[in-house]
Design a protein around this ligand. Structure first.
Ligand code: UDP
Length: 535
């Protein structure tokens, strides 16, 4: 393996000289450790000490130069999970002169992206925390191209789906453990450290109970482009053919106990072929192939549901929750399906019948067992009909309930689908436009006083500049009128480019008027500069 970085591929003496003379150079983006990504020349890693090393010389650059704030708490997050104290990155410092007394460095010639995977045994975490952030971090920096080298420093083995990480570049990703085989001191000629958090939509509940992130910055468009990239790399082509429903089952825990009955009910209700898949029985590729042509995906809550990002537009996602679990509190897949531009329908079903659940109190704690708890606590959990909100990750009541098996009550399940889903129809789904209006142009107001208690305010404007190039189904305008000095305003939605207001308009008063354009009910444009109108 070590000939992979065969030192003849680069000018070894040139590299060593550059390192000794120039030392390490670092320039970062981001104001805080939580939004920082750093680019390095000659960042080194000491495999014995398991520490990154920054070599100081006269030509070194360290921007930001935080002094001791670099340890409060760290330079940056090495994974996409925000501010997790097991995922921090920092380096040790040495003078470049110390290189004379150190093992000969091995140079990594590739442009390298150094990061931590968060939980590479769980498919949801693999996609949400690693693959999407890596993919879009690479898009952000053009030298992180198909030849880039990924280095995973979290210290885990390959994990269950290492092949997915291999799709991101043509070079074999390296694990922390493997670095040792190359030598005692490795120096990355050019590297980026850290991951963009721009693509993540869910927080797992380390500080507050889990839920969608407060400020989601990704839309369905970016998810779908990433999904197409993967399907292309996997050589998957969507099969055209009849409509069908996929039930994604789990086979070791959180089972659907009456699966044949559920399949039959779905097939009859929708008059469609219904197939099952599981990670244990199919290859990941064949599952994606099947899902990418499906009309509906039905599954117990769980990481396998991240594959809903491969569903065609217009398809439906139906998530099943075991007894005593409130679907509203566990929404990574609902949030995904609901991202603007994902164009998926979503419905959650919850088992409300205790007789339809099977519990496993005797299992180990991490599979939801509770026999290790005090008798009183066990009884409280068994009697509870709703898991109270909780933090990640070891809440025994949550684990006990989420690892139950469930007999799905067919009547309530079908009722839910009838109430919540439009006829799922991937074939007809169109990409909704996301083009926003520009500002309205030349906004003007004119006023007149009719009587001592009667006045008129006429407002007019021109269409936004981009409208003349667009086909928009519905163009409306919103006008806000505020009496100067008042806290409230009157909003109006108008179909035309002018309007005369007379109700609630007083003589000898100053009004502030804002106008903006709205496409198709929900695509809001910016307000034009405020108009100051005196009656
Ligand atoms: N898993 C599976 N079948 C099972 C149980 C788990 O395929 O019967 C997969 C699951 O999709 C996830 C991983 O194993 O990728 C870990 O599952 P776990 O129950 O720990 O996590 P969860 O699915 O609740 O996120």
């Amino acid at each position: 393996q070590s000939q992979e970085f065969s030192q003849v591929r680069i000018d070894y003496h040139g590299a060593l000289l550059a390192l000794q003379e120039h030392g390490t150079r670092m320039v970062c983006t981001g104001k805080m450790h939580t939004d920082r990504i750093c680019r390095f020349d000659y960042l080194c890693y000491c495999t014995e000490a398991e520490e990154f090393v920054f070599f100081h010389s006269n030509a070194s650059v360290m921007l930001p130069n935080l002094g001791p704030r670099r340890f409060q708490p760290a330079l940056l997050d090495l994974s996409s999970v925000e501010d997790h104290n097991t995922q921090y990155f920092n380096f040790l410092e040495l003078p470049a002169a110390a290189l004379k007394f150190m093992p000969k460095p091995v140079f990594v010639p590739d442009v390298t992206l150094i990061l931590n995977r968060f939980n590479p045994d769980n498919l949801m975490h693999i996609f949400h925390d690693d693959l999407l952030p890596i993919y879009y971090t690479m898009q952000q920096y053009s030298d992180l191209d198909d030849e880039a080298r990924l280095v995973f420093m979290e210290g885990w083995g390959e994990g269950a789906h290492f092949d997915l990480y291999r799709l991101l570049s043509s070079k074999q990703p390296l694990l922390k453990e493997q670095l040792k085989t190359f030598g005692k001191l490795m120096c990355f000629t050019k590297s980026y450290v850290g991951l963009s958090k721009m693509t993540t939509w869910y927080q797992y509940g380390f500080v507050q109970p889990q839920g969608p992130k407060a400020n989601i910055l990704i839309s369905g468009n970016e998810i779908r482009q990433f999904a197409s990239f993967l399907t292309e790399r996997l050589n998957i082509t969507r099969e055209e053919g009849d409509d069908y429903i996929v039930v994604f089952k789990r086979t070791t825990n959180r089972l659907i106990l009456n699966e044949p009955e559920l399949l039959l009910a779905l097939a009859q209700e929708f008059q469609m072929r219904t197939v099952t898949v599981s990670l244990e029985e199919q290859s990941f590729e064949s599952i994606i192939q099947i899902i990418s042509g499906a009309t509906m995906l039905v599954s117990m809550h769980g990481a396998q549901m991240i594959t809903s990002m491969f569903l065609p537009r217009g398809a439906a996602v139906v998530e099943l929750f075991p007894y005593a679990i409130n679907p509203e509190q566990y929404t990574p897949y609902k949030t995904l399906a609901s991202l603007p531009g994902m164009d998926l329908q979503y419905a959650a079903w919850r088992n409300t019948m205790e007789e339809n659940t099977v519990t496993y109190p005797n299992r180990p704690w991490d599979q939801g067992g509770i026999v290790h708890l005090e008798k009183e606590e066990q009884e409280r959990i068994l009697a509870s009909k709703d898991v109270p909100r909780h933090l990640c990750c070891r809440n025994p009541e949550w684990l006990f309930r989420i690892y139950q098996d469930t007999t799905v009550d067919i009547a309530s399940f079908l009722d839910l689908l009838r109430e919540n889903l439009k006829k799922p129809n991937p074939k007809k789904a169109k990409v909704a436009s996301t083009v926003h209006p520009g500002r309205v142009r030349e906004p003007k107001c004119q006023t007149s006083v009719q009587a001592s208690n009667e006045a008129k305010l006429s407002v007019s404007w021109q269409i936004p500049w981009n409208l003349k190039y667009l086909k928009v189904k519905e163009v409306k305008y919103e006008v806000w009128i505020q009496e100067q000095g008042e806290n409230t305003y009157m909003p109006y939605i108008l179909p035309h480019q002018n309007y005369t207001f007379s109700e609630n308009i007083k003589p000898f008063t100053t009004y502030l008027v804002w106008v903006r354009c709205i496409f198709n009910k929900n695509l809001l444009g910016p307000f034009a500069d405020v108009l100051i109108c005196k009656t």
